[in-house]
Design a protein. Structure first.
Ligand code: ME8
Length: 649
């Protein structure tokens, strides 16, 4: 490709646990920008990957009884599967355990040492393992980590330190004089006022109290601090090494924009530029620290049981439904919020009503009045001019916002144009024009204008909702899908036949959705779906427990419920009867694994419908985690010698 180069990266998430929708928002945002830039003719390189070293992963692996590498392999494959499921088009996925990366990090560290940027000393202070970050006493908030609020550990160990103070004045000058280097603007002020102006302390850049990291070549007690290792990914992925700068590096560096979350702006705008200065390399052009996606107004956390995952949301709202939601809902400079209720509202409003209805009504009228052939627009009248002006305004607003990475504003521009097109249907009332044969020409023009508006909307929306827009292009039988087709209204070619378009977005009934969600939560392991505040720790009397009828049941048959990828329909022999029970364990068990097994059944649970299928009880399962850290429901199996119907007490 010959276009201007554009290098964009995400933060590399820790391979410590399945990424939630907030982490996934970041890769979706980056993907939308990368797709847009490609549409605009840029030669894009989009990098993502995983951060696999550090104390946190070593600890988690130990707790799981596997090696850190095995642990990281499992989580990395989960992360990559989610990135792929969400249709992200990264050009490279780097793992910090990749050999070439680790070698380059060793050389970088050695260069720092050789040129006197690092020196050996002893670190004594506080460390937050989840953030992999050092803090002084005064930085703590109520004795806890100022970034994540979790407890910190007192640490005393031999370490190498990086002389940050040597480069700080140059960095301050650079930040002050480079508009747009840190965005949003407020984060730039925060960095200068909170960290740089008060005086930058030297940073501890190696660890000796654990082993899971890149070994320091000249002092084998030490491993490189995980942030030095992780930040280097942005250049090593392009083939950078101290003595040999690969072709990709020469082509794409400096990076056009690092997309990261607000909690790690400090690492990217202070330490990373200083490391690059020490290497004698140019600094990235921009660091964009996006806000956080909150569950309602709360931080997502496993302990609160409010963590949402992109893959599970995509099963309910579709991949494009999730991409559209997170990108519309996250403002440029603040936090965004996600709840099922808001997702349904947006899905029904923007997608089912505004876009979906516009497409289905317009195609239906084209078929009904013109046998599906795109009519020629040769009868212009009011309000065509207004519609065309709205289209050109939408294109320029969309473009301006996307160029500034204000994706939610860009989406507002596109959807307000689609609303304008819906209004145009009401204003022109094609069904009335259709009654008068003399108005056939005008009717054709109206329908042409609507089809063209849909085409324009879909070219704009493609970076955010690629699958939907490609369906629309197929339905419009058009190849006018590039950005150059937006320069003027009227590029859709008349005379071609439109194709069938599958329903793009079926309206969601909120009540039904929430009821189904509740019943899924009853049968799903706790960590995978958020719950309302639970009373789990409240004690109950023996009488309450005794009122639960627990019995052994033998699984006679089992099948998947078609409409759901979570639910299994089981026939279970309870001795005196065979019961139908629906259970949310399809992700973890196949029919073959279950038939013939004896399980523990709650036999007196009120019947409920799950996905429209009656369930007369519940089978018991333990919330646990697989080796890769994914939540997993372990069914409670009983020995075969226990007879069906036996009471469990
Ligand atoms: O910080 N909403 O990894 P990570 C939006 N390994 N973004 C969120 C979020 C939320 N609720 N929670 C987290 C790390 N993020 C390091 C990065 S880069 C050289 C090393 C963002 O798994 C977070 O801000 O903790 C970060 O940008 C990304 O998810 C990965 O977070």
């Amino acid at each position: 490709m010959g276009g201007e180069k554009f290098y964009i990266t995400t933060a590399i998430p820790y391979a410590s646990r399945k990424p939630h929708i907030g982490n996934t928002y970041e890769v979706i945002l980056t993907d939308a920008i990368a797709r847009y830039k490609r549409q605009r003719g840029f030669d894009v390189f989009f990098l993502t990957g995983t951060d696999e070293h550090g104390q946190k992963i070593e600890k988690l692996a130990e707790e799981s009884g596997v090696t850190p590498q095995e642990y990281a392999n499992g989580v990395t494959s989960t992360i990559r599967n989610i990135w792929d499921k969400m249709s992200t088009t990264y050009d490279k996925f780097i793992r910090t355990t990749d050999d070439y990366h680790a070698k380059a990090v060793q050389h970088i560290f050695k260069k720092f040492y050789d040129q006197g940027d690092i020196y050996k000393n002893e670190y004594e202070g506080w460390y937050c393992v989840p953030c992999e970050s050092f803090y002084t006493e005064t930085q703590l908030v109520d004795g806890k980590c100022p970034d994540c609020g979790r407890p910190v550990t007192r640490t005393k160990e031999e370490s190498y330190f990086f002389r940050m103070s040597k480069y700080a004045p140059r960095l301050i000058e650079y930040i002050e004089n480079t508009p747009g280097f840190i965005e949003p603007e407020a984060r730039k002020k925060e960095m200068l006022n909170n960290f740089l102006y008060p005086g930058l302390q030297d940073l501890c850049v190696s660890r000796t109290s654990f082993k899971w990291g890149v070994p320091v070549t000249f002092d084998d007690k030490h491993v490189v601090y995980v942030w030095v290792d992780a930040l280097s990914n942005y250049i090593t992925a392009l083939g950078y090494d101290v003595d040999e700068k690969g072709e990709l590096y020469r082509k794409y560096w400096p990076c056009d924009v690092h997309i990261i979350g607000k909690d790690i702006v400090r690492f990217h705008t202070i330490y990373w530029p200083i490391f690059l200065m020490a290497l004698g390399e140019p600094l990235p052009k921009k660091i964009y620290g996006h806000g956080w996606l909150l569950f309602g107004t709360d931080k997502m956390s496993k302990s609160k049981g409010n963590v949402l995952y992109a893959d599970e949301l995509a099963d309910k709202f579709g991949v494009d439904g999730v991409r559209h939601y997170v990108l519309s809902e996250m403002p440029f400079a603040a936090d965004g919020s996600i709840t099922y209720e808001n997702m349904i509202k947006r899905f029904n409003g923007d997608l089912a009503n505004n876009l979906g209805n516009l497409v289905s009504r317009t195609l239906a009228m084209t078929r009904k009045y013109f046998d599906g052939v795109i009519p020629t627009p040769d009868c212009p009248a009011d309000p065509d001019g207004e519609l065309k002006a709205a289209a050109s305004e939408a294109v320029s607003d969309f473009q301006k916002s996307m160029d500034e990475y204000r994706v939610s504003d860009a989406l507002d521009a596109a959807f307000s144009f689609l609303r304008r097109a819906n209004k145009y249907i009401d204003e022109t009332a094609p069904w009335i024009l259709a009654k008068d044969n003399e108005q056939k020409g005008r009717l054709g023009t109206v329908l042409y204008n609507l089809l063209e508006s849909i085409r324009i909307g879909s070219v704009l929306l493609w970076p955010v909702m690629p699958e939907t827009c490609e369906k629309i292009w197929k339905a419009l039988a058009t190849d006018k899908t590039g950005y150059d087709s937006l320069t003027s209204f009227g590029q859709l070619e008349a005379g071609f036949s439109v194709n069938e378009c599958p329903m793009l977005f079926a309206r969601i009934d909120e009540q039904k959705f929430m009821a189904e969600l509740e019943s899924e939560q009853v049968s799903a392991p706790e960590s995978s779906t958020p719950k309302k505040a639970s009373n789990a720790s409240r004690s109950i009397g023996i009488d309450v427990f005794a009122s639960v009828e627990l019995r052994a049941g033998k699984i006679v048959s089992c099948e998947k419920i078609k409409k759901s990828d979570k639910l299994l329909k089981l026939q279970i022999d309870l001795g005196s009867e065979v019961r139908q029970i629906v259970s949310g364990i399809a992700k973890w068990y196949s029919a073959e694994e279950l038939v013939g097994k004896t399980v523990a059944v709650v036999a007196n649970l009120a019947p409920a419908k799950l996905c429209g299928v009656e369930s007369q009880g519940m089978i018991l399962a333990a919330d646990t985690e697989s080796e890769s850290g994914e939540s997993f429901a372990q069914v409670v199996f009983l020995p075969d010698t226990v007879k069906p119907g036996s009471k469990i007490r």
